[in-house]
Design a protein around this ligand. Sequence first.
Ligand SMILES: [Fe+2]
Length: 276
Amino acid sequence: MPELFQLIEAVILEPDVNTKCESVTQLQLAWSRGKLNRDVDCEILPFDDPGRPQEPVLVDPRQLKRRSISSVEGRNCLLHAFAHIEFNAINIALDAAYRFRDMPDQFVSDWLLIASEEVRHFGLLESELRRRGSRYGAYPAHRGLWDMVCKTRHNLLHRMALVPRVMEARGLDVTPAIIEKFKQVQDQPVVGILEEIYRDEIGHVRIGNYWYRWLCEQQGVDADATFRDLIEEYMDGRLRGPFNRPARLQAGFEANELDSLERDLARKMHKFAQSR
Ligand SMILES: [Fe+2]
């Protein structure tokens, strides 16, 4: 039987977008049908740079132009930025399944399922870009998401806290306003795609929350206090709001935790206002 982790490794390193996407779908199917062997002893690579096409060119986030939704070009550029997030999300989900070998099979199943949904999201955005005469790679992009993956590769609890519970959860906060803007310019195809992605992303954050709490329980640490400590350690305490409470609750955050994180945000805003 083929071996799970070697196959995931090959897919992460695959630079061709179409091959990567097709391989993820096949890999997830093979795993879900019990057709793969699991050898936890095979080597774990760091993946400083996962396989990706030569374009987009990666630049510092500050070098990226602001995108206006009112022009066709601005909307293409935004669509491209979303496609880049989804492309990264494929590698991010695969890396979780690959790296943390002492987790149960359900953990692998969850992250391979997420990877296959990210492939679908990427495909929707990439075909919409092509329909508009553009393509993935036509604009520069940045590697912010992958940097956080590298920083947390030594610790799964940190990974679950910082990637699904911070970065992906932030996506839930901001997406409804972006959808609203595309509605205002009557760009229905993008509205439809973003609504579908948004629904799935709630599920992804929910899975991240589930495993975060599972790990906290296993390690005997307090989930809320640990999360706060990690926000300090990795982000200088700068968690961003405001929160999309209904979506975050659906995605497995608890009301108490959101209350206290919101109080922290309000305190920081107050301090900031006083210091000006
Ligand atoms: Fe996604």
